[in-house]
Design a protein around this ligand. Sequence first.
Ligand SMILES: [Zn+2]
Ligand SMILES: [Zn+2]
Length: 122
Amino acid sequence: MKRFGVSLPQELAEAIDKISQETGATRSEVVAAALQEYLEMQKDHKKPGHQCLGVVMAVTDAFSDVGDAIEENRTHIVAYTHLHVEGRCLTIVVVKGDGDQIEKLTLEVAKRAKLARYVPLL
Ligand SMILES: [Zn+2]
Ligand SMILES: [Zn+2]
């Protein structure tokens, strides 16, 4: 076992505590399970020569929240659209590129969004 400190947004920390209380798993176990799933998901995208094609969906208060991240990563963006659902902004971005680049792009969008998901098409 290795211990290290991480900083989490308040909402995320509270969500982890809630799952911990509901399931009886420790905070560390909840984080480890979530991380394991994330790493599994990433694994395929690290294969040499693999080109990612997928969709990043982001929920924000305004397009400007993710606009910069999209502009900065223009070379990996095939197309995107922006729409409104129940007063919230939904940006859907079709992305293509090396696994590392797509991961970086997804993390940059996730940092700025209330909710962000990468869905692989390949
Ligand atoms: Zn991929
Ligand atoms: Zn909007």
